[in-house]
Design a protein around this ligand. Sequence first.
Ligand code: ADP
Length: 644
Amino acid sequence: MRAIERVLPITRNQRIRVLQYLLDSVLACGGPLLVTGVILVFHLHPLIPNITILYLLVVLGLAIMRGRYAAILSAVVAFFSLDYLIVPPLYNLFVYRIEEEIELFTFLIVAMLTGQLAAAMSEREKQAKRQAEQEAQAQAGELSAIFEAMTEGVSVCDARGEIRYTNTAYRSLLALEEDFDPSLLQLDTRLEWLAIRDLEGRLLSKEQYPLLRVLRGERLSGAHSMDVMCCNYKGENIIFSVSGAPIRDATGQVIGGVVVFRDVTRQRHIAEQLQYSEQKLRSLVESNIFGVVVVDIDGRFYEANDRFVQMIGYSKEELLSGAITWQQLNLPEYQEVTAQAVGAVLSTGAMHPYEKEHLHKDGSRAPILIAGAMIDQERELVLMVILDISERKEIERRKQEFLSMVSHELRTPLTSIMGLIELALMQIELHSRSLPPEAEGLLKQIEKTLKRADGQVEVETRLVEELLEVSRLELHKFELVLQRENLVTIVQETVANQQQAARARQIELVLPPEELVPMLADACRIGQVLTNYLTNALKYAPVDQPVSVCLKVEASSARVSVCDQGPGLTEEQQQRVWERFYQVAAPGQRGPDRGLGLGLAIARAIVEQHQGQVGVQSAPGHGSTFWFTLPIEVSPKECPTDRN
Ligand code: ADP
């Protein structure tokens, strides 16, 4: 069926061609014969010498209008009709004179050449026209393909603003159905539902409409493109970036316009959000509550707020010109911690808060707290927030000084009170037997009271001692006397002492097969740590439950743990028990066992100064295991003192 359909037009073409040949032949024969008739009727030959030129005109006309075939045929017909009907002897193809024969043949050749030439020229012209038409068609096709491929909406309008063409994107941006009513796009109707507004939502006046501006000859491109808000056919708001240009004819007259619509709603919203967050950050930076800087990984400043400038004494110009770098504000002793922070920001993108001191322009040191985050991976830019903590540090220092002073002042009278109580007890012991029985009874009572007072003084002394320790720690006056020691001995001695003090309690000791666990340590301080763990375990575990102490050797370190069946600790409590003054249960606990929540903080400081670690494993209701590790001394040079 399709094949037949294809063949049909070819047959039709052939028929048309035959008809054309027939018409050409009729015109080619009729034209010259008509001219011959005119010549004969009006006896123009030989009245007018060059009357044959009339035939040439016919040939020329046919060549231009009907082509080569008609031109040549008409030349031949003209030749014969001239010879047969006009040049004597008439009705005969012979001529009397040779000149007449030459003249006739010259006429034939000229006629044929003229026809040929004219036909060739006319054909060339037609071909050029056809080619121009094809090119124009191809260009129109290309243009329409480009418009269809565009994601921007395109509309082409005539000089009155009526739409002549829209691409698919235009229709989909405006939510028009495929079979929409074309009257919707009539200028007035469309401007009505589009409700074109500026970005603040104010309706535009007609002169401001992008299309009408274009039709007035304006070019809307680059900086002159317009951002407007419109409604699509569903009534949803869309923000368009509109550009356009007028279409002019050869005389420069505007005959229409092309307008291109780009949907920038999303970009606008993102830009607005960015602007909002930028504004939030800006106001925070400009509030100058804390110092804010942006530096690259080489320490070059890109931004610094007034608060930071105030903190370090250098001007903004000095910082931003590159004359001063972040590294120059660093003190040598903080190089390691700074390098760690840089490493963290490079690998994780964030720098957790850490304290350090930096160098002020006047050479003084200023304590600061820093935190930061990478804000530009490519340029490796880091935003840092810096808090001036000099006031806090000063308060802390004064507090510690005060604590240390108070503890000292309390310790001296406490020592004398203890001495005096002991003296009084000794005197009672000495004289009790030489006194009458009623005085002896009184003395016994005084002795009891004195012993109770002694117990209280002991508690007070321990508390004061802990306070002193903490202030020493804070003021970095906590010094260790490191010697080669055997950890086995320290553990054994401490456990024995505790067992002595709490005879009723059961303390199990598990030692490693090694008799010697050598290390560089301050034996007293390590003993103090274990004592603290043990007293806590005895204090918090039920009296009928044993407490076990275990010493283990693990690769390059030794681990001491104290395990009890006490109340146990929650996750949060396990973290917090190492803080100063933190107490889980009854903070107001009174009695000989009462503490200040300082023991574990001191223990941790001691262990960490020995390059060890502390920790606890526990669960509420399942007891606790407090542990510490210490590095084993590997040097085989000297044997530690065995104090047994
Ligand atoms: P304190 O002098 O108050 O005992 P510590 O620093 O030694 O101070 O301990 C801090 C807190 O940790 C204690 O108040 C106690 O609540 C809790 N704690 C310590 N050891 C244990 C333990 N073995 N079992 C349960 N809680 C404990």
